[in-house]
Design a protein around this ligand. Structure first.
Ligand SMILES: [Zn+2]
Ligand SMILES: [Zn+2]
Length: 423
């Protein structure tokens, strides 16, 4: 039986800069190569020589999985395996990242273009073969286009969950866990290993009824949202509940929605998504922005953490009136303007600082598996499977490792740069 070597280039005891080098049968496959965005300056994963790579497999478009990939395409570069949707959404997000952080990013748009030229598009269920190693993609249920990836050489089967959601949402089907059943090694995210998300239906009802409370008393509600995935999920929730106030969509969420619409058949309910897109009114210009902040309406706009994008303008305009509302629907990284609004009731941007009189709410619309779904994924593996735990803070990683051991699996929490050999 051949050896397998895993090297963690990032996402070791942290959420961010995912990057795992898998070496088997003299073949090197890199799973994800992302950045970390929790500090002012983006963080990059450990270096890997692009020329040793036989392929790069990208799980999904989020920058913590995709944002460092152009670094691998400075000269030539390996084939980039990705779903079509992930490829297009990654290009959108990386371009925006380059624009916002260009002084800190060690590549340019020419490397992004080279990356896109090396694409080798994969569908769920399709197989890519390189020197006796097979790479397959499965639906991860996390954001549109997201994938669970398996790599196998006849002796070993490794499955990388990427970010995955075991539960279905309005937008997506839950993750396809079938590749986990006969995996020898499962590299698993652990972001929310410590707790469960609230029941989906209850959470939606609560969200919609609170929106009505604000709107029916004459207010405007800003929903700061991630452009990819979350904005579309919110629109689907509103369409599902036949929401009858105007819903505006702004910023990069407009482009992302158009891209996702092209691949509508991958979504859980393509018809609901079409209804959601028909319902959303796209904001076209500054005149329209100025007008709609006075309207009795909902505005869905990035950035989700109020760090930039049109949501900052809307927040400045709506925050003072107590009839208005700001409803957060995304995870808020500590120290971001959005997190500070939740913690202190004060909003601060480069152009304005003040107390938020508008109603502040936060809803858990997470696209990650909660504790229950992570345990279900572990239980889906065979008894002697090895669970390699990544993409979590230390506490949740330890809890998931303990739970895995209690279920008869071997659990490993690798450190940054550490090489794990399985023989
Ligand atoms: Zn993600
Ligand atoms: Zn992630």
């Amino acid at each position: 039986m051949s050896n397998v070597k895993l090297k963690l280039l990032g996402a070791a005891k942290e959420v961010g800069r995912a990057g795992i080098l898998v070496s088997m049968s003299d073949t090197n496959i890199l799973l994800d190569y992302g950045v970390s965005l929790s500090e002012e300056e983006p963080g990059f994963p450990l270096h890997v020589k692009p020329r040793i790579l036989d392929a790069v497999a990208l799980s999904h478009a989020h920058l913590d999985h995709s944002g460092a990939i152009p670094l691998l395409y400075v000269s030539a570069g390996p084939p980039l395996l990705s779903t079509a949707l992930t490829a297009t959404l990654s290009e959108l997000l990386i371009r925006d990242f380059l624009k916002l952080s260009k002084y800190y990013v060690p590549y340019e748009s020419s490397e992004l273009e080279s990356m896109m030229e090396h694409l080798n598009l994969q569908e769920y269920g399709s197989t890519y073969s390189v020197s006796g190693v097979e790479v397959k993609f499965y639906d991860a249920g996390h954001i549109p286009g997201s994938a669970i990836i398996s790599v196998e050489d006849g002796s070993w089967k490794i499955v990388y969950t990427g970010d995955f959601n075991g539960e279905r949402s309005c937008l997506l089907n839950g993750a396809d866990l079938s590749p986990l059943r006969d995996a020898d090694i499962v590299i698993m995210e652990s972001t929310y290993a410590e707790y469960d998300h609230p029941p989906r239906d209850e959470n939606e009802e609560n969200f919609v009824s609170k929106l009505y409370e604000v709107l029916e008393s004459g207010g405007t509600v800003l929903i700061p949202s991630f452009a990819v995935g979350r904005a579309q999920e919110i629109l689907c929730v509103l369409a599902k509940h036949n929401f009858d106030f105007p819903v505006y969509l702004d910023g990069m969420a407009k482009t992302a929605s158009e891209i996702i619409k092209e691949e509508g058949e991958l979504l859980r309910d393509p018809e609901l998504f079409r209804d959601a897109m028909d319902m959303a009114i796209k904001v076209r210009n500054w005149n329209m922005r100025k007008r709609i902040v006075e309207e009795n309406a909902v505005i869905v706009s990035p950035a989700g953490m109020l760090k930039g994008g049109p949501s900052v303008y809307y927040m400045e305009k709506i925050m003072e009136r107590p009839e208005n509302g700001v409803f957060f629907v995304s995870y808020l990284i500590p120290e971001t303007p959005g997190r500070k609004v939740i913690e202190t009731g004060i909003f601060s941007s480069p152009t304005k600082k003040g107390v938020v009189n508008a109603r502040i709410e936060w809803f858990d619309f997470s696209a990650h598996s909660g504790k229950t779904q992570l345990l279900e994924a572990i239980e889906a593996t065979k008894k002697n499977a090895k669970i390699v735990i990544v993409h979590g803070r230390e506490e949740p990683e330890l809890k998931l490792a303990k739970a895995a051991r209690e279920r008869g699996r071997e659990a490993i929490i690798p450190s940054l740069g550490e090489e794990k050999v399985f023989a």
